[in-house]
Ligand binder design. Sequence first.
Ligand SMILES: NC(=O)c1ccc[n+]([C@@H]2O[C@H](COP(=O)([O-])OP(=O)(O)OC[C@H]3O[C@@H](n4cnc5c(N)ncnc54)[C@H](O)[C@@H]3O)[C@@H](O)[C@H]2O)c1
Ligand SMILES: O=C(O)CC[C@@H](O)C(=O)O
Length: 387
Amino acid sequence: MYKYHCLNPISEVGLERLTEAYVPVSDAKTADAILVRSAGMHDMEFGENLKAIARAGAGVNNIPLEKCAEEGIVVFNTPGANANGVKELVIAGMLLASRDILGGINWVQENEEDGNIAKDAEKAKKAFAGCELEGKKLGVIGLGAIGVLVANAAMHLGMDVYGYDPYVSVESAWKLSRNIHHAKSVDELYKECDYITIHVPAMESTKGMIDSNAISLMKKDVVVLNFARNVLVDEEAMVDALISGKVKHYVTDFPTPIVAGVKGAIVIPHLGASTEESEDNCAKMAVKEMVDYLENGNITNSVNYPNCNMGKVGDNKRIVLLHHNVPNMIGQFTKVLARDNMNIADLVNKSKGGYAYTMIDIDSDVPETVAEDLRAIKDVLRVRVLN
Ligand SMILES: NC(=O)c1ccc[n+]([C@@H]2O[C@H](COP(=O)([O-])OP(=O)(O)OC[C@H]3O[C@@H](n4cnc5c(N)ncnc54)[C@H](O)[C@@H]3O)[C@@H](O)[C@H]2O)c1
Ligand SMILES: O=C(O)CC[C@@H](O)C(=O)O
């Protein structure tokens, strides 16, 4: 029996895939696994049973990844599962920034009682005119799951698209249209583009990436879109640029007291991934990853431990060990197993940064004393025996 806790509402389409072996609990401290969306987890104390956190979404800046790794808790996310939802809202954001659709709709609501509204609208509409996207230059910073979709869609709308991502994956590079210009530096993109959209994770290295210096390089009347995280943009600098008229619109999915209500800021209440399809996709993927880890020890799409897969647990017992990525760990594991005369049927070891994961299939029972001896090895963070 596994206990799970949902820190945010998770789509039923995902939860209904859990068998009767899974029970929801109201106290996160007692859970084997936590399902989460955007809830902040940095101040949480984790219970000793907690083995996995599955983020139904892409961004993991709400989760203390290093602390989890040290406590032997594997953190998963759902790469690409909500990318289409975000892409569509980014396109909507570009349209909202180009045509005064919001101003026009407000005008109609304010004049709803005007019996001559059809005729008056024809006079009023010139105040809400705008420009088209076709032929304009779009810069996309970050060519991952979302950035690639935005770049390709904008290209199909007739935009001239520049992409910047020094760490682009092979998978993304394959998906990216060959008509996208490869910006050699982010400064080149700032100088060239009429619209700039950012799709990078919030990390120490990306925080404040769009600051006053970046804005100073941009064209006058540029539109900046941020559907990634508020901390990527120096919001004080952005407000100054909106007030001075350097930036025409700042379209952001992240309301903060600094930008909400500022003229020129188009602020959306974090709706990028809030579609039925995205929520279902994320929940299904998060639940699948969580179940496969709890039951089989397989790790897929973890952000703090290496991916590692030995298929389903069969007739053999499986020992899974989370540990620091330091020399001689396998030697110490096999010594413990050899001492108890245990035969290894299969073994996989993978590492990611400072952490490593070892899966060992054993063709006999694994006494608790063996598990305890493995746990006692220095640099071992967690040991589980499955089946
Ligand atoms: N608004 C929403 O509801 C919503 C939904 C999903 C994701 N997001 C945010 O969008 C971010 C991106 O999502 P994704 O699914 O595309 O993630 P992803 O991991 O697929 O792509 C991120 C890309 O950013 C690139 N990158 C990293 N550092 C960079 C840098 N300094 N300069 C340029 N590129 C850099 C990476 O190489 C990667 O290709 C997430 O981390 C999350 O914060 C927001
Ligand atoms: O869960 C959400 O609603 C938003 C998720 C989004 O910000 C993400 O990073 O995937």
